[in-house]
Design a protein around this ligand. Sequence first.
Ligand code: ARG
Length: 459
Amino acid sequence: MSKLWGGRFQKETDSLVDDFHSSISFDSRLYKYDITGSIAHAAMLARVGIISLEESETITRGLQGILADIEAGLVEFSVSAEDIHMNVEQLLIERIGEVGKKLHTARSRNDQVALDVRMYLRDEIDAVLELLGQLNVTLLDLAEQHIDTVMPGYTHLQRAQPVNLAHHLLAYCQMFYRDMDRLRDCRRRVNVMPLGAGALAGTTFPLDRAFVARELGFDAITENSLDAVSDRDFAVEFAAAAALVMVHLSRFCEEIILWSTSEFSFVELDDAYSTGSSMMPQKKNPDVAELIKGKSGRVFGDLTTLLVMLKGLPLAYNKDMQEDKEALFDAVDTVKKCLLIFRPMLATMRVKKDNLARAARGGFTNATDLADYLVEKGVPFREAHEIVGRAVAYCIERAGNLDDLTLEEFNRFSPVIDEEVYSAIGIDHCVAARKVPGGPAPEAVRESIAKMRGRVGLL
Ligand code: ARG
């Protein structure tokens, strides 16, 4: 079939060009949004008297038929029809004839593609939000089981102070909750209706843009026709939010990988979420966690692709912008795939509580607590720090812990230390005493869980 825009051309497009500029191989995934948008557009054209009600109904029936056939796998798209918008329009004209040629009145592919991508992204944001919400529920359930699972907290990957696993898991809950917040915020700017902007300068027809917005569930209409067709900020915002989700997943995965080593031995991944080696029979590898880390790079790349694509573009639409889709789709697919597999991997992970507790008891994680104890006895903190430092050095030499020292030994470092020191620096007490809001004490953790559950419940 000849091109829908063929009027001013005397030659056929070179087949290399058809292949090169066609986007149907990847934008066909927008078909549902394209058709739904066109149905609303046709209804609006009839509403304001640009086409008749009958024509609009014929167009709508034709489009519904195409939608059903695409869904049934009966439609083969054509590369020479370039993209999903012209494939659908061409099919419509083939099926309903002359009336089909009226659909594109007062519309350009430039506002049409902006509409389709916004509708697509709106749904995908909801899907990602759902996955993040489920992940947070899993994290909260796990946290509840591990309020008393004491473990070392780290800085510089060196044991620092004792916390519990619940507190550690809740840190990720916070990250994923912020991700949800960002996505909801981004959705507000996605959910603005661009149709009516035309190619760039609006249209001479008296369109009812608000009607189309209402029909398609948009909260508002775009306010400048040039901006409407050249804005992809919303895609960048999504990719940035998705990139942060991937950063959070990636950090969590790295911890799970470390914790699964025999050197740490804090957790064991379920067989169903691990893989073996083709050569080494003993191996059980955390491939899923590694791959999630690896895939984070794709999403950072997608974000960069979008930014670079936009940075030198003059107003308004430029074909460069067709490059937004593969990057955006890849970001959507990758973040969804990773969230989908991460949750069950985490939920089935076996926690080796005893090893966590043993690690928390070693490494002098209670040294700060001993200093704090001295402060309570009236020693200035800086001096207490020095005293405990010396006591630690003494213990390192004897390969013991602070709580192994006798009172007599303690008194060599400070005369103010008495019997109470042993309970003050007991690991469980060290955690329990950190009652500050946002801290790891069991009661503070329970409060955090309740607060977060309330938020997740609101979704
Ligand atoms: N396939 C195009 C894209 O994704 C649709 C818009 C084409 N507009 C144009 N003026 N060629 O960007």
